[in-house]
Write a protein that binds this ligand. Structure first.
Ligand code: ATR
Length: 271
């Protein structure tokens, strides 16, 4: 009989596309932990109530996703230096009786490109995920980082916070960066899945197109880039690595095998 001792989960809205429950429930049984990981679709106006529930129920930790990565910071007791530098949290857990937030998206984002070198990068989008991407690009030492977003004010604020070049959305195709990263939700399953946030004529010369979306693995953005002769990186490695890092934080270093985790997600996506 199933008698889990602890609850974990992911909070976001909407959540239909999340693979986190599949990955972590597999992880719990893989390393012999008695726990259940749920999907908690919570709209923004209920986010504060959600964290009251976390403080009431036997919830040991979880992940925070779109659109709550920035707003959740104020609802936790403590936040790591890493999460503060990003300005967003994607994981929470109890630490010494306090509800603590951290950010594992930077580690996840860098995992597949640690050995790459770029002279310039263009970040599309200015939400919580884009901040982790910018911190990652800085850690990688990319000298010229530009940001563009449908709503200019958010990209301008991000550019100011991190000392980036602001590019108006209508000019994004003419930046000429050798790495373009999509952090918008355009192309995600259920969110304009057939569309790309970047005009194909923007893929000039050679470069790497990196989409942090993992559902679907092949987005229109990546298909357009490949057709233009660019290298591509999908969001699976970032997803798996942020999840493995979350798992380590919850379970004091317990490690999930990366290849098995990636295979499980691919299999689940194909269902
Ligand atoms: P996350 O925390 O995961 O980054 P988010 O904060 O909700 O999620 O950010 C979503 C991003 O996708 C934003 O940059 C958003 O642009 P706006 O700031 O203009 O809303 C972007 N986005 C969503 N739908 C879009 C669309 N149809 N076209 C262009 N950008 C879009």
């Amino acid at each position: 009989m199933l008698s889990p001792a602890a609850l974990f989960g992911v909070v976001g809205y909407p959540l239909a596309h999340s693979m986190s429950p599949a990955l972590h429930n597999w992880g719990f049984s893989r390393v012999g932990i008695s726990a259940v990981y749920m999907a908690w679709p919570v709209p923004s106006e209920k986010l504060a109530d959600f964290f009251v529930a976390v403080r009431t129920l036997p919830i040991r930790g979880g992940n925070i996703t779109l659109p709550h990565k920035v707003a959740s910071m104020a609802l936790l007791d403590t936040v790591s230096t890493r999460a503060k530098s990003v300005g967003a949290v994607n994981v929470f857990f109890w630490e010494g009786g306090r509800l603590h937030g951290d950010n594992t998206d930077v580690t996840g984002f860098l995992a597949p490109i640690r050995n790459e070198r770029f002279t310039s990068a263009l970040v599309l989008g200015a939400g919580g995920a884009s901040r982790a991407v910018v911190v990652g690009l800085k850690e990688l030492g990319v000298p010229d980082i530009a940001v563009s977003n449908r709503s200019a004010n958010k990209a301008e604020a991000l550019a100011k916070d991190f000392g980036l070049r602001f590019v108006p959305w209508d000019n994004r195709a003419s930046v000429g960066a050798d790495c373009v990263i999509n952090t918008t939700s355009v192309g995600m399953k259920g969110e304009r899945v057939a569309e790309s946030p970047f005009p194909q004529e923007g893929f000039t010369g050679r470069g790497l197109a990196y989409d942090i979306i993992y559902n679907p693995l092949e987005t229109r953005f990546l298909a357009d880039a490949r057709a233009a002769g660019w290298k591509t990186q999908d969001g699976l490695a970032m997803f798996v690595e942020q999840a493995r890092e979350s798992f380590r934080l919850w379970h004091k270093g317990a490690d999930l095998p990366a290849e098995e985790a990636a295979a499980l997600i691919k299999q689940t996506l194909a269902l």
